[in-house]
Ligand binder design. Structure first.
Ligand code: PLP
Length: 423
């Protein structure tokens, strides 16, 4: 009898950046340069596909009313779309329940929510909090504030010269029993992909909770919060093809249930008397006031778009562009690349310093060629200081980029060098 064949595992369908650009109206806009737009700043905020824009317009045009409270068709329709966005996001990030997904404005607000609600009720003077030297300010400043208000101590896990978390330093600091470790999944400035599952298991063994800043990972690689074993995760819709003004905090249900609310007022209550208030259940307990209704539907459309591409394919595409750009940039005299060289631990972000040309000048010259990059401290000033830099230039890739963008970036940098240094 013939043995049954195992079904072949389907390889992720390769992404064709040039073809996908047709889905993004931003590429139809003429640039000052007269050249097609090479958009290399998705780490700051991504462009939006037509399906997201159409969903937003449709939500505002045909399905808009306030959510949850209206006992009429239009409100029920808007509520279903708002909650539908939550359910899509729940599946997308591997959360066990939609009740664990709280809509907020952005990753910054998600982290502030945890610092305020969890932090102020769980930290005592002398408690230890850990963050790292590679964090975005959004995952630093709320902890500094929390430490100064509660008397807790905040320490930072060191990073290596090639931009990885120093796991020996992490172990040493965990041995002192911190209450929480706040760590980024993918560094917005270095591109480093941190080994989160390993970090979370070390932290839990030491009794610490783990907050994951997933702002740069959820848009770019498969993320399963349950498999990673973290306790909180923060993300922004606008970096993952979705609208601005909406993001999410994911947290384990028992943590959310035990946390006091962040903002108070309408929607987050179940009963109010003049003497006091009973709060609503999670996640609504954390969603005071009228939320970003159409934006939740738009975020759901962004999730659908990314799911259609497949997050394995998104990651493979960015890995390929990163590897090509890393090699090509390495051939430019006086250019210092930041972050790890290994494409397995480097996302689609490359920051670099170019001898003799300030990042702002470089960005201006590239813009004249239709190439949009980021120049500055990338909201990670302590990280820049670690590498003795005030600023760097950053190119970040997404689904609508391709090798042509890499070639234009490299040619643009060489042209800038000729102009500045006569190279
Ligand atoms: N964390 C990281 C790693 C980021 O890159 C960013 C934004 O660039 C944020 C947090 C903050 O995101 P938002 O400004 O959407 O709150």
């Amino acid at each position: 009898m013939a043995l049954p064949h195992a079904a072949p595992v389907a390889a992720p369908r390769a992404i064709d950046g040039a073809r996908l650009r047709a889905d993004f109206p931003a590429f139809e806009r003429p640039t000052r340069s007269g050249r097609p737009l090479a958009f290399l700043d998705s780490a700051a905020s991504s462009l939006k596909p037509r399906s997201v824009i159409d969903t937003l317009a449709d939500a505002y045009g045909h399905h808009y009313a306030n959510v949850h409270r209206g006992i009429y068709e239009l409100s029920e329709d808007a509520t279903a779309r708002y909650e539908g966005g939550r359910r899509r996001l729940t599946r997308f990030i591997g959360a066990g329940s939609w009740r664990e997904v709280v809509f907020v404005r952005n990753a910054t607000e998600a982290i502030n929510l945890v610092a305020f609600s969890w932090g102020r009720s769980n930290l005592r003077p002398g408690d230890l909090l850990l963050s790292t030297q590679m964090e975005h300010h959004a995952n630093l400043v709320p902890w500094q504030q929390l430490a100064s208000e509660t008397g807790a101590t905040l320490e930072y896990v060191a990073i290596t010269d090639d931009g990885r978390l120093d796991l020996d330093d992490l172990r040493a600091r965990l041995a002192r029993g911190p209450k929480l470790l706040a760590v980024g999944h993918v560094s917005n400035a270095l591109g480093t992909i941190n080994p989160v599952a390993e970090i979370a298991s070390l932290a839990h063994a030491a009794g610490a909770l783990v907050l994951l800043d997933a702002a740069q990972s959820v848009p770019h690689l498969p993320v399963d919060v349950a498999a990673l074993g973290v306790d909180f995760a923060a993300l922004s819709g606008h970096k993952m093809l979705g609208p601005s003004g909406i993001g999410a905090l994911w947290a384990r249900r028992e943590l959310l249930d035990a946390m006091p609310p962040f903002l108070t007022g309408g929607s987050m209550i179940s009963r109010v008397t003049l003497q006091g208030t009973e709060f609503n259940e999670t996640p609504w307990k954390f969603e005071a006031g009228t939320p970003a209704i159409a934006e939740a539907a738009g975020l759901g459309a962004a999730v659908d778009y990314l799911t259609g591409l497949g997050m394995d394919a998104v990651r493979a595409h960015e890995r390929e562009l990163f590897a090509a750009a890393w090699d090509a940039l390495g051939g430019i005299d006086g250019l210092r690349r930041l972050g790890p060289s290994d494409p397995d631990v480097h996302g689609g972000v490359i920051s670099f310093d170019l001898e003799g040309i300030h990042p702002h000048d470089l960005a201006t010259l590239l813009d004249a060629e239709g190439i949009a990059v980021r120049a500055g401290h990338h909201c990670a000033q302590p990280l820049m200081m670690r590498y003795d830099l005030a600023a760097a230039t950053r190119a970040s890739f997404y689904v609508y980029n391709d090798h042509d963008d890499v070639e234009r970036l490299v040619a643009g940098i060489r042209a800038a060098q000729r102009r500045f240094n006569g190279h």
